[in-house]
Design a protein around this ligand. Structure first.
Ligand SMILES: [Zn+2]
Ligand SMILES: [Zn+2]
Length: 329
């Protein structure tokens, strides 16, 4: 707790330098965009806020999302236009694997690292990641945990003097101008570590992803009540497929085509729960599981996407294939 408070006060940057609010009624600073435009008369004027700034997509430009198999835990790498973002780093025994995976993908620095929440299966590998790569900004849920694992992460952040910010619903994270990353949770801290998970929706062209950490039904209800646009083609199923998450109401609004469960084989929690598998099947989404499929990589040009798994190679989900055929016709 002490270390956490210390880092918040000594290592943090103002949230404005990392995020821009998603409130269209105010003007907003943006790290990657010049807020000042010149009009025809040469006078400077404030650029109106664009809630979803996008640049034209080209076939050379792909957003790639790697769901790294770290056993029972989460670690997700997002790549777009030479920008790299990591969400979680698996448990303590997975740090090496995450570092190796990033190095295999020629990564030398991480523009953004997000710790969805303080549980060991999400942040245990974080010190190794922070010690192996230059990290430009670190984003945390703000709900601390009284564990050595959490303290080790904070020590690594402090030693590297990494700019540290807290996520709050409604903010956007600036990774690349082509991509919109919206924070959907936490709106306010509840004290429940899973429910305070950082939940993110990423859109690239017409393709969208939802990353849920271990958020449970209470958080999902809050997100639904806030009336965000949460429709997403690809869903990282919350909490390793636990029945405490992925409520029917939330799932219906997310309306995913592809559902990815990050889970370890024969884990002691019985994840993923059969009820959730049945629910996902009922909704008709294609299910991928890191315990069965290994690493799962989704690549999109902003119009279509493909799914590649470590065990099966390239798999085009039926929904996307149907869509591609419709586009070709
Ligand atoms: Zn958790
Ligand atoms: Zn977890």
């Amino acid at each position: 707790m002490i270390a956490f408070a210390l880092i918040i006060s000594s290592g943090c940057v103002s949230s404005e330098s990392v995020y821009s609010d998603n409130n269209p009624n105010e003007s907003h600073p943006d790290l990657n965009a010049d807020p000042i435009l010149s009009n025809a008369s040469g006078q400077e004027e404030q650029q109106p806020f664009e809630p979803e700034p996008t640049t034209p997509l080209t076939n050379q430009s792909f957003l790639t999302v790697h769901f790294i198999d770290v056993g029972q835990g989460d670690s997700i790498l997002i790549q777009i236009n030479d920008k790299n973002m990591l969400i979680d780093a698996g448990d303590r025994g997975s740090g090496d694997r995450v570092v190796e995976y990033l190095k295999d993908n020629d990564i030398e620095e991480l523009d953004t690292v997000v710790a969805t929440h303080a549980h060991a299966d999400h942040i245990g590998g974080m010190p190794e990641v922070l010690n192996n790569f230059y990290v430009k900004q670190f984003i945390d849920s703000g709900n601390p945990h009284t564990t050595k694992t959490f303290e080790n992460m904070l020590i690594a952040i402090d030693e590297k003097d990494i700019p540290f910010s807290l996520a709050e619903a409604g903010q956007t994270i600036n990774l690349d101008p082509s991509t919109t990353i919206t924070v959907l949770n936490p709106a306010e801290l509840t004290g429940d570590i899973n429910d305070d998970s950082v939940v993110l929706r990423i859109t690239y062209g017409d393709v969208s992803f939802m990353f849920t950490g271990d958020a449970e039904t209470h958080a999902e209800d809050n997100i639904v009540a806030a009336e965000y646009d949460i429709d997403s083609d690809i869903l990282k199923v919350a909490h390793h497929g636990s029945v405490s998450s992925t409520s029917p109401d939330f799932l219906e609004l997310v309306n995913p085509e592809v559902c990815i469960i990050m889970v370890g084989a024969d884990n002691r929690y019985g994840h993923p729960h059969q009820e959730i598998i049945d629910r996902l099947n009922l909704f008709g989404c294609e299910i991928y599981r890191t315990d069965l499929d290994g690493n799962v990589v989704v690549k999109t040009d902003g119009r279509e996407y493909s799914v590649e798994t470590q065990t099966s190679g390239l798999v085009i989900p039926m929904t996307a294939m149907t869509f591609a055929m419709m586009v070709e016709a």
